[in-house]
Design a protein. Structure first.
Ligand code: SF4
Ligand code: SF4
Ligand code: FES
Ligand code: FES
Lengths: 168, 786
């Protein structure tokens, strides 16, 4: 059974209704967000199920998941702290910023804090180059930008995130 | 409509090419080689690799007057862009000036190569592409001797990633040109590989089951401009410079793909020439520069240890080795004795030359020439290939073609007649009737000999009724099960309406390249009743085991010959490998036998074709020289240039000759009324099953390719869930199916796309279902061990 379809029949209908019936695959991005909501990442099964709904090859969907850093291939923390280290940011010290941030938190890039709250990731340009070092925080169904950061401000923010109890 | 021509200059050449052509292609036309990685002439340009950067200038136009601004000397003033342009994405325009050989361009190439090499391993000495690698060549031509990038910061990625069992990926060597992905998406529409992640972490992935599930997967290894993709078959198999090429044809189906066998002499086979790989050979009228994996991988039968290497004669109940003279003398004597009760049964994988001589041998002895086939209608075949047409698909089950069809009609095998009867009134029928050109491709999916014969006649009638006959680009194209079934028809072989009876009543049966006993137990029994059985084959087949004399035939890869494709193009192939043991070409064996019967037949392939040309009207005027003619094809591939189309081969050995259809030769077509197809009555409790074709079947020439084991069709019964339930069958279970004298155990596959009340059985998997058949079914109880 298609569990995604069973779980979100209404939401899926609403998403599909936005696109012409013969251009179903346009709905792939919103469906991926929907599938990611609960487990926090895209499961193999979700790929299959979206493939069925949109009549799309699984490999194509997987490729989209791989391309966008907003989709996660593996379980991670409740919050993803995604630091841009693309060229302009790197020129403003993003590399060093990320290194020190990780040392302070005590995890490596791609790892999650032991309490399961925060994963630190390295991503490509987020279009905030002139305010580097910068990162975005993804979690609780929301995304926030944090620009002109220092290691201290970032550590402070992560501490706050780890203290949160329920979803806001 | 012819496109407008534009005039431009590329380096010192002034040329005229059609509007819209890309600079990179225009340059190739005047032998200016612009290096590429991501561009491929068969696919849309993407401009991803930047290797093709050139300096492009355009005439300056005065905005006020709209006139071209002139220099002092009267020549047009040319403005060059501030940066270089990619020649693969820039279309030509009037007055354009392209510079490909300046220092600026060379510097750009050097930088792009340096950049591509930042993480490339350059492990050319152990790389399968080494020797025919564009990256290696361009690195030698333009690359910097040293890199400014830090060696320790090279990305190290997985080097042995199976994308399935057929194709392997070396992630480190991939330069992210996207050719493989684009080929699967654009050219074959099997989007089973794709990009994953970005930048330096980008990799090629597949999520299909099995991995890289496309029957065209091998082509990606030809067009990959580096050694990132290799077939499991050729990986570490040989170096390109050790091999020589033999022009050939694929023998697995009637499309007639032009191929090249790369062979090398090997000590371990006693110095014989051994096939190391099969590669496409360009024929834009047939396979362009592609081939399917069945053809690419299915050549291993040539080297199979099971091949027959000497004649065998039955003595004291056993088949024992004998000399050629002894075997041939005995066969000749039996043929003479049998006279008109000789049956010669031939399979559609023999060459025209084999079939012609065999037919003449049958005639000389007074016997009958029978084609082993379950599909009829070869006498009606016409011609032509046309693109961009409306595609109407008529099938009993869902097939891949439906995806491309403009109209899809499903029929129940029981109502085949009705489908054709009412066809012209349907929407699809109207499109067909009004089309300027119409082609009917017909096959035997789900049908037996009698039904497919009827189908061919009905289709021919349809073509005649709607005026789509007797002109080029119109007609009937049979999709035969074997490479040269059409040639067999043309050489006068016809299927027997009741092969069993015919075998039983024959004094002598001569069977070449066909295995009736292996296909059908009833025919095995019939053979035992025949007085004397001669089998000429590559292998000791089931049928050969019933023989009195077994003659070892040389494989088609070991000699010359020609095949006639389904759309009636006659093409020739050349010897590639060393013949096995004492095996001889079929046409030579038959010539030697005919000699013993006092009839002289040519024993050289070219001479046999001359006789065919003289005696078979459709083949008039053909000769080996004619079949070897070539003309320049576009795109230009396979030369030692950097305009890289892949490792496929240029065609230097013949594009073949398209036969004219009967009407073009001024012959009138007789439309014999075919007997209406009779379908078996299906008693209560039985099920109607039909045979369907699978690409990877268990044919004698495919089985020796062990690499395909995991993909080969197994004996199975596919049915709709409702039908499965009715018979108490479960998906993944087993069932015993039985009909008149046979009972076979098969796997059960449940598929909701299938029509209710119908079973599908793949052909050539050991289940003797050759046409619609009523079978009884019992589920097999699987014991579950605690
Ligand atoms: S892909 Fe080409 S350049 Fe790279 S290691 Fe192989 S042969 Fe050398
Ligand atoms: S595997 Fe080969 S063809 Fe595919 S993207 Fe990489 S280099 Fe290009
Ligand atoms: S490069 Fe980091 S935000 Fe643009
Ligand atoms: S950008 Fe032109 S060949 Fe790659």
């Amino acid at each position: 059974m298609n569990q995604l379809l069973q779980k979100y029949p209404q939401e899926i209908q609403t998403i599909l209704a936005k696109y012409p019936a013969d251009r179903k695959r346009s709905a792939v991005m919103p469906l991926l967000h929907l599938a990611q909501q609960e487990p926090g990442y895209i499961t193999k099964q979700a790929l299959q199920e979206i493939g069925e709904i949109l009549e799309m090859p699984i490999t194509d969907i997987d490729s989209i998941v791989g391309f966008y850093t907003l989709y996660h291939e593996q379980p991670g923390g409740r919050y993803h702290v995604q630091v841009c280290t693309d060229l302009p940011c790197a020129l403003r010290g993003a590399d060093e910023f990320l290194k020190q941030l990780c040392e302070n938190i005590g995890i490596k890039v791609g790892e999650t804090t032991p309490d399961g709250m925060v994963t630190i990731e390295e991503v490509k340009c987020l279009a905030g180059c002139h305010h580097a070092p910068m990162f975005q925080v993804q979690g609780d169904g929301d995304i926030s930008y944090h620009e002109d950061q220092t290691v201290e401000s970032a550590v402070e923010l992560i501490a706050k995130l780890r203290d949160r109890k329920e979803a806001a | 409509m012819a496109k407008k021509l534009v005039t431009l200059r590329i380096d010192e050449h002034t040329l005229q090419v059609p509007e819209g052509m890309l600079v990179v292609d225009a340059a190739r036309k005047v032998n200016v080689d612009i290096p590429v990685f991501c561009y491929h002439p068969k696919m849309d340009p993407v401009g991803m690799c930047r290797m093709c950067l050139v300096d492009v200038g355009r005439p300056v136009i005065d905005r006020a007057t709209g006139e071209v601004v002139k220099e002092a000397d009267g020549s047009p003033k040319i403005a060059f862009g501030p940066k270089l342009d990619t020649a693969c994405t820039t279309p030509v325009s009037e007055g354009m000036v392209v510079i490909t050989n300046s220092d600026k361009v060379r510097a750009a190439r050097k930088e792009v190569v340096e950049f591509i090499l930042t993480s490339h391993p350059l492990d050319c000495p152990v790389c399968d592409k080494g020797g025919e690698c564009p990256l290696q060549n361009l690195t030698m031509a333009y690359g910097p001797g040293t890199s400014r990038f830090i060696f320790d910061e090279k990305m190290h990625l997985a080097k042995h990633v199976p994308l399935g069992e057929l194709v392997w990926l070396d992630r480190e060597r991939c330069i992210q040109c996207g050719r493989c992905v684009r080929f699967q998406h654009e050219v074959v529409d099997d989007p089973v590989i794709d990009f994953f992640h970005r930048g330096r972490s980008l990799e090629i992935i597949t999520d299909s089951e099995p991995g890289f599930d496309s029957v065209f997967s091998g082509n990606t290894t030809d067009i990959c401009p580096v050694g990132a993709l290799t077939t499991a078959d050729f990986r570490f198999g040989a170096r390109p410079w050790e091999m020589v090429s033999a022009a050939s044809l694929c023998s697995h189906c009637p499309v007639g793909c032009n191929i090249t066998y790369n062979v090398r002499r090997e000590a371990k086979t006693g110095g014989n020439m051994v096939i190391k790989r099969a590669m496409p050979r360009q024929n834009e009228g047939v396979n362009e520069i592609w081939m399917c994996d069945k053809g690419r991988l299915g050549y291993h039968f040539t080297e199979s240890k099971q091949r027959l290497s000497e004649p065998l004669v039955r003595k004291g109940g056993e088949l024992v080795p004998a000399g050629w003279d002894e075997a041939l003398d005995l066969v000749a004597q039996k043929l003479r004795e049998a006279g008109s009760s000789l049956t010669v049964l031939a399979g559609g994988r023999l060459s025209n030359e084999d079939l012609f001589n065999l037919r003449r041998l049958a005639d000389a002895a007074g016997g009958q020439a029978v084609l082993d086939t379950h599909m009829g209608g070869g006498d009606l075949a016409a011609l032509a290939v046309e693109r961009g047409a409306a595609l109407i698909v008529v099938n009993p089950n869902e097939t891949r073609l439906d995806k491309f069809a403009t109209h899809t009609l499903r029929y129940n095998p029981g109502e085949l007649l009705l489908t054709f009867g009412g066809f012209l009134e349907s929407a699809a029928g109207k499109v067909f009737a009004e089309a300027e050109n119409a082609l009917v491709f017909y096959g035997s999916n789900g049908l037996g000999l009698q039904q497919s014969t009827y189908l061919a006649y009905a289709a021919a009638e349809l073509l005649v009724k709607t005026g789509h006959y007797g002109k080029a680009n119109n007609g009937l194209i049979p999709v035969w099960p074997k490479a040269n079934s059409q040639g067999a028809w043309d050489m006068g072989f016809r299927p027997a309406s009741n092969l069993g009876d015919q075998l039983r009543q024959s004094k002598a049966v001569y069977i070449a390249a066909s295995d009736p006993a292996g296909d059908d137990p009833a025919l095995a029994a019939a053979l035992d009743e025949a007085k004397f059985v001669i089998v000429q084959d590559l292998f000791l087949s089931e049928t050969a085991k019933h023989a009195d004399v077994v003659l070892p035939a040389a494989a088609y890869t070991e000699r010359e010959g020609s095949f006639t494709s389904g759309d009636r193009r006659v093409q020739r192939y050349y010897p590639a490998a060393t013949p096995r043991g004492l095996a001889r070409p079929d046409f030579i064996i038959t010539a030697q036998l005919a000699g013993r019967l006092g009839v002289e037949l040519p024993a050289a392939a070219a001479l046999v074709l001359d006789q065919i040309a003289a005696q078979v009207p459709a083949y008039a005027g053909l000769s080996y020289q004619k079949l070897a003619e070539v003309h320049e094809q576009w795109p230009i591939i396979g030369r030692s240039d950097v305009y890289y189309g892949g490792t496929g081969y240029e065609n230097k050995h013949g594009l073949g000759v398209q036969l004219p259809c009967a009407a073009e030769r001024g012959e009138k077509i007789d439309l014999p009324a075919a007997a209406n197809p009779v379908l078996p009555s299906v008693p209560a409790g039985s099920l109607l099953v039909i045979p369907v074709a699978r690409l990877y079947d268990q044919g004698a020439t495919l089985r020796p390719t062990a690499l395909l084991d995991g993909r080969i069709a197994r004996a199975e019964l596919a049915l709709n869930p409702e039908t499965a339930e009715k018979f108490g069958l479960q998906a993944g279970g087993e069932a015993l199916i039985a009909a008149g004298g046979w009972r076979v155990q098969v796997a059960v596959r449940v598929d909701s796309h299938l029509p209710v009340g119908l079973g599908l059985v793949p052909r050539s998997t050991g289940v003797p279902v050759f046409g619609p058949t009523a079978v009884t079914i019992e589920p097999v109880q699987v014991e579950i061990k605690a």
